[in-house]
Design a protein around this ligand. Structure first.
Ligand code: UT7
Length: 337
């Protein structure tokens, strides 16, 4: 599905007026992982680009991370929780089965006016969320919204599985989007895709309705994330390349017009291979997986926030956010920041 304006400028644009991120203070290094499973700093670094990841303590939950990132985004937008009309939390590690993680964020931010929900699209959740808000703002139904990507993946990590435990980390990122009438700046284009036939490539199967907590599991590992790394690796490169090309075509942009590709941080080699195929120079590709690992829905907003804070993206620059993950799902947003 594409959110496109077919050459007509919409009356309203969804503009990012605030952004923030938050990661737990506790760190887990590759060397520490090498004491837990048969791996090494050298293997993890060369195969993934990851050096260290942030991990939550027992008392740090997804809603807590989401709220901390949101406070920063709201402060930058000079808005108060009470101003918010919509809160979306993209996550696959929610606070509870129900109510939504977003309900807890709403409570913490005193966002009484907002309607709120969680969005489950794994690593693509944040770009899906921006696309939804884009629709509501462009149609004039919404003045402002908060979109958050927040994860505590280390709580569903199998610390005995070296193929997956080295990959993931915890964190949150958030953006405030506001309706502006200047016609140019804002989300220019969004595209979203899914392929449910490949659900087995990445999953965490218990405890939902298929494997309820009341029934003994045939495989106790079903409570953890399971990945088919090679399949994901190949699909990710293919889908990122085709999605970025689609975005550039749809917006009539060239690589020269693009200031930065902010990709979901799943593996530095995946991002670099996709960038090479797109002939994107290194300085237009942001990578921070070395410090965070893969934080699923949180990874794009954390990377975006860092990119701006490091001065790599400035107001008026064209930025492309792209994500790929479980479902399978993938999607992108083109933003004139
Ligand atoms: O956001 C979406 C979620 N992300 C993903 O699903 C990850 C996508 N996939 C990947 O990033 C890569 O496929 C991995 C990093 C997971 C694996 O890298 P790879 O280059 O695809 O390695 P591989 O799976 O082909 O395994 C190569 C070897 C195997 O040994 P043999 O069979 O060649 O003897 C593995 O057993 O590396 C071994 N291996 C490890 N060795 C040391 C697998 N994990 C490890 C490890 N340390 N942690």
């Amino acid at each position: 599905m594409n959110n496109q304006t077919n050459g007509h400028l919409p009356a309203f644009r969804a503009v990012i007026t605030g952004h923030g991120s938050f990661a737990p203070t506790k760190l887990l290094t590759n060397d520490e992982l090498a004491e837990m499973v048969d791996t090494s700093d050298e293997w993890i670094t060369t195969r993934t680009g990851i050096k260290v990841r942030h991990i939550t303590e027992d008392n740090e939950s997804t809603a807590f991370l989401a709220t901390e990132a949101s406070k920063k985004a709201l402060a930058e937008a000079k808005l108060d929780g009470r101003d918010l009309e919509l809160i979306i939390v993209a996550t696959i590690t929610p606070e509870m089965v129900f109510p939504s993680t977003a309900s807890f964020v709403q409570r913490a931010l005193k966002a009484k006016k907002a309607w709120v929900f969680d969005l489950s699209a794994a690593c693509s959740g944040f770009v899906y969320g921006l696309s939804i808000v884009q629709q509501f703002i462009e149609s004039g139904r919404l003045n402002n919204a908060l979109v958050i990507g927040a994860e505590t993946l280390t709580k569903i990590t199998d610390w005995t599985d070296r193929a997956s435990c080295i990959l993931f980390g915890d964190g949150a990122g958030a953006v405030v989007l506001q309706r502006k009438e200047d016609g140019r700046r804002g989300i220019l284009y969004s595209t979203m895709h899914s392929d449910g036939n490949r659900w087995e490539a990445l999953n965490c199967q218990a405890y939902g309705s298929r494997y309820p907590v009341s029934r003994e599991l045939d495989d106790p590992k079903k409570i953890y994330m399971q990945i088919k790394g090679r399949e994901v690796y190949q699909q990710a490169i293919r889908r990122i390349v085709e999605t970025v090309k689609d975005c550039l075509d749809a917006c009539d942009l060239s690589i020269d017009d693009l200031k930065m590709l902010v990709s979901h941080q799943m593996n530095a080699r995946i991002i670099e291979s996709a960038a090479k195929r797109l002939e994107l120079p290194d300085e237009k590709v942001f990578i921070n997986i070395n410090e965070y690992g893969n934080t699923s829905a949180a990874s794009v907003p954390i990377a975006f926030d860092e990119c701006v804070r490091k001065g790599k993206i400035k107001r008026g620059d064209i930025v492309l956010l792209v994500a790929f993950g479980a479902g399978l799902t993938w999607g992108a947003n083109v933003i004139e920041f």
